[in-house]
Design a protein around this ligand. Sequence first.
Ligand SMILES: Cc1cc2nc3c(=O)[nH]c(=O)nc-3n(C[C@H](O)[C@H](O)[C@H](O)COP(=O)(O)O)c2cc1C
Length: 363
Amino acid sequence: MNLKPLIINGKEVKFPIIQGGMGIRISLNKLASACMNSGIVATISAAQPGFLNKNFRKDPIGENKKELKIEIKKSRLANKNGILGVNLMHAGSNYPDYARFLAKQDIDFIVSGAGLPLDLPEYLGGSNVKGAFIISSGRAARIMLKSWDRRYKYMPAFIVCEGPLAGGHLGFSKEQMASGDYESLEKIVMDTKEVVKVFEDKYKIHIPIIAGGGIHDGHDMADMLKVGADGVQIATRFIATHECDVDDSYKQMIINSEENDIVTVKSPAGLPGRAVKNFLTKTLDKHNLKLHYCVDCLISCKKKGIPYCITEQLGNSTSGDNNGLIFTGAKAYLIEKLDYVENIVNDIIRECRSDLKLSGGMV
Ligand SMILES: Cc1cc2nc3c(=O)[nH]c(=O)nc-3n(C[C@H](O)[C@H](O)[C@H](O)COP(=O)(O)O)c2cc1C
């Protein structure tokens, strides 16, 4: 018996793993190509890909779109038929404009989290690009599905359930993170599966449920498949790869991190984020950081009195400044070396298959 295939936009992927989108400039064409070539789904991040361009501060939207086109084109040159999507955060400014633009590109899906993308189907028009979303509770899944059903008669290509161990911005409050009073990823997956059933019956389709956040190895993956997930989303583990687009110093920060180096930080988005302890996180305990410019990246950012500028600090760190913001998932400390995407995927699948007692030769 084999692992159940994951089908998105009419295409089947060899292994039910989605590489999660990582901004700024962490998951671009090199990681995406390696992921597709290794038989998993790839996601390019739409979070400020134009960050390094000369004109970025003057025309962030134009430069980001220019880079997205280049990243998608290069990924498609490396793998024409793989499943490729773009992660577009709903909390970002100019969401409708970017979504309409992405709906015209050679990708399979747009996946949105960081807020509820209630309006995403509106921008897809007659495009072949499918919409998907990321939520952190069964309740949020219900709100999303009811809204897309009522307003657009549209169902997502898949749903990512993101738990408390994920990287980047977290879908839980500061208080929840501090007290540990949050639902486990297993519970979010099971609740979401329950919610989805009604809509699957109504539309006579299957909506894949993908579990993300703290999936480090095949044992973690098997645990999620056992509670009913159709696949997993993995991000942090793919940072420490030869192919990941981020600067080597960022990869090294992830590899060198110990368990007590992984901390939660406040973010200008108003949500907590998870990061590797460094100069920035220690400074934030004492005072806010000076802002040097603003490209109006987040709708919810108040601009005044914020702890730091997320574009500036994340963009700096991913381009090689270890004093910037080093976003990470909770299990980064388990990563010990730089590896190739294909090796990581094969290891994860082997462990998962062994835990699930599946036979047959997928890897
Ligand atoms: C460095 C980093 C950057 C991320 N950036 C984004 C992002 O721009 N948009 C988004 O929706 N999720 C983002 N995420 C979340 C991932 O896509 C993914 O869902 C999550 O991290 C999975 O957990 P894992 O990292 O433990 O595998 C980011 C995660 C990391 C580690």
